[in-house]
Design a protein. Structure first.
Length: 69
C-alpha cells in the first residue's frame, strides 16, 4: 500500500471495511478478499486510474447517504 500511497483508512474506505480489518490483511491474520486484491493490483500496475477510483467510491458513498435521508 505504501507504493500506492494508500493508508489503511484509504483501503478500508475503498473496501467498505474498518482499518482494523485492513491491518489484519496486512499482517496475514486474514486473507485479502479477491476483489480488493484485484483492485490493488490494478492500481499498482496502472490499469486502474487512482482518480477514477476515488471519484467512483465517493459517488457510491454519496448515493448511500442520499438513500438514507
Amino acid at each position: 500500500m505504501k507504493v500506492l500511497g494508500l493508508t489503511a483508512s484509504d483501503v478500508g474506505l475503498i473496501a467498505g471495511c474498518t482499518d482494523r480489518q485492513v491491518r489484519s490483511w496486512l499482517s496475514g491474520r486474514a486473507p485479502v478478499p479477491r476483489a480488493m486484491a484485484a483492485i490493488l493490483t490494478g492500481l499498482r500496475e496502472g490499469e486502474i486510474d487512482r482518480d477514477w477510483l476515488v471519484d467512483a467510491v465517493m459517488h457510491e458513498l454519496r448515493s448511500e447517504v442520499d438513500a438514507q435521508t
